[in-house]
Design a protein around this ligand. Structure first.
Ligand code: AMP
Length: 495
């Protein structure tokens, strides 16, 4: 028997989806097609693999593959997935195992029929959970923490969905927003801290949709109804939709980085439009770090709303300073040394005539390793900018994330290694200003105690075991060629 090591370094950023249409409708059930378009809208949450599992009421079929949603599915593949219930997943991981067996949805056979699950987040007690389940005779097909959730559900399905999900919430520690499909049921649930998002809503007259973000609803004619509460589950079957409490929430801590960068700007979270929240972050940044300059330039695309906010507040004109090529994708490019040297130039072209002789305020969402910002500052100067004032809407990222955002480890985080004046110098910037935690939180319109701020202040809402922290520091580091590429480079190549 193959022994699969549990890989604690897996850091997954993911999008999850669930589709329920009524089985008795006269039209051909289209759950796979709806799932496909929904996943398309969640592509930004993961570009490494994609998958769908579909039930026709008795049989569950699934397909997963490496690559983008439209590389994994074509018409024929969707035709091979008949049925009225679906769960879907997009996955991104920059370190750890990049292999098909870690792609999702995860498929398990059980006494109550086959089930499939899609998970966004990261568990932090995987070792104990796995040892416990192995002692009970469980065997694993993958190295992913998501399979642990699947196995716990399968083992407890005889208790009904409330009991099975309740058991997950009792034993699993960490971040998880999950969709589950059984032959006749769709379930969604969110961990008791609510770190990762999950929204439920309607789909046409009598269908339902669950998704990581509201942006998945619009393309398929869905209507978001509500964000699941931390510790809450939703169960959807032929009787309709019902909610239940899986565990009491001691502390709500939604990831602030979702608001700053990760989620799509056309999504709403905590009832706020992310585009608007990012504009407000830009305006607040202008109040916290004003500077005399000629133009406000966004780093496309993620810096655009904040740059507009900065410009409106400071009355300094907004001007695009670079154009992003849309069609380069990382799967077309071998990540070799030459590519790394070319860096952002492969994706961004500076508009010299906008920049020459100008004092530029450069607005972006975040600095992780700092590689990208450094290259863009250089590009601005090469194009004739006389000053480059870098303004960032994320507060300094000083701590790793253990809950499902790949932030690199502490030794690689630019703001953990250097003071702000040192980093300013390292980036080659004329000045550097970060938005404060208070400023970012106020822009979303909720009080500080609604958020996970761990990557900014080290306050981990779910205590991270010491060995996992230590493991991360010791085991992290470049894993293969891809790991030497910074987030920004991946971001630029991905979209
Ligand atoms: P770098 O500082 O070179 O690592 O890249 C930072 C840029 O990458 C930021 O401006 C973000 O737009 C993007 N980014 C930040 N965090 C992530 C993440 N976890 N996954 C993907 N892209 C990210």
């Amino acid at each position: 028997m193959e022994v699969i090591e549990l890989d604690d370094r897996l850091k997954e950023e993911c999008g999850v989806l669930g589709v329920y249409t009524q089985p008795n409708s006269n039209e051909k059930p289209e759950a796979a097609r709806i799932g496909f378009f929904g996943l398309f809208a969640l592509q930004h949450r993961g570009q490494e693999s994609a998958g769908l599992a579909v039930s026709d009421g008795s049989k569950v079929r699934f397909r997963r593959g490496m690559g983008l949603v439209n590389q994994v599915f074509d018409e024929a593949a969707l035709d091979d997935l008949p049925g009225h219930i679906a769960v879907g997943h997009t996955r991104y991981s920059t370190t750890g195992s990049s292999e098909l067996r870690n792609a999702q949805p995860i498929f398990c056979q059980s006494q109550v029929g086959d089930i499939a699950i899609a998970h966004n987040g990261n568990l932090i007690n995987t070792k104990e959970l796995r040892a416990d389940l192995e002692a009970k005779g469980e065997r694993f097909d993958s190295s992913s923490d998501s399979e642990l959730i699947a196995r716990i559900i399968v083992r407890n399905m005889h208790l009904g969905p409330e009991g099975a999900v309740g058991e997950v919430m009792r034993v699993a520690k960490g971040a998880y927003s999950v969709t589950v499909l059984t032959p006749r049921m769709l379930i969604g649930f969110r961990d008791p801290t609510g770190i990762r998002p999950l929204v439920v809503g309607t789909l046409g007259e009598d269908g339902y949709l669950i998704a990581s973000e509201t942006c998945a609803f619009h393309p398929v004619g869905g209507k978001p109804v509500q964000e699941l509460e931390p510790g809450e589950m939703v169960i959807i079957d032929s009787q309709g939709m019902r909610f239940a409490c899986g565990a009491k929430s001691e502390r709500k801590a939604m990831c602030l980085f979702e608001f700053i960068y990760f989620a799509r700007p056309d999504s709403d979270m905590y009832g706020t439009s992310l585009y608007t929240a990012r504009e407000r972050m830009g305006a607040q940044l202008a109040r916290e770090h004003p500077v005399d300059a000629d133009i406000v330039v966004p780093v496309p695309d993620s810096g655009i709303p904040a740059a507009l906010g900065y410009s409106a507040e400071s009355k300094i004109p907004f001007r695009e300073g670079m154009v992003k090529s849309r069609y380069i994708h990382r799967t077309f490019i071998a990540p070799n040394q030459r590519m790394r040297e070319m860096g952002v130039k492969m994706k961004l072209t500076a508009l010299d005539n906008h920049l020459a002789g100008k004092r530029v305020i450069l607005v972006d969402d975040s600095i992780v390793r700092g590689t990208t910002t450094k290259q863009i500052v250089k590009l601005m100067f090469e194009s004739g900018a006389t000053e480059v004032h870098v303004r960032i809407t994320a507060p300094p990222i000083t701590h790793p994330c253990f809950y499902g955002i790949d932030m690199a480890d502490k030794t690689e985080l630019a703001a953990a290694k250097m003071t702000i004046p040192e980093l300013e110098k390292d980036l080659g910037a004329t000045s550097l200003g970060y938005l404060s935690i208070e400023g970012a939180v106020a822009a979303v319109g909720k009080s500080k105690d609604h958020f996970c701020l761990a990557c900014f202040n080290g306050d981990y809402p779910i205590p991270v075991p010491e060995d996992l922290r230590k493991d991360t520091l010791e085991k992290e580091g470049p894993v293969g060629e891809m790991a030497a590429i910074s987030h920004g480079q991946l971001k630029l190549l991905n979209m």
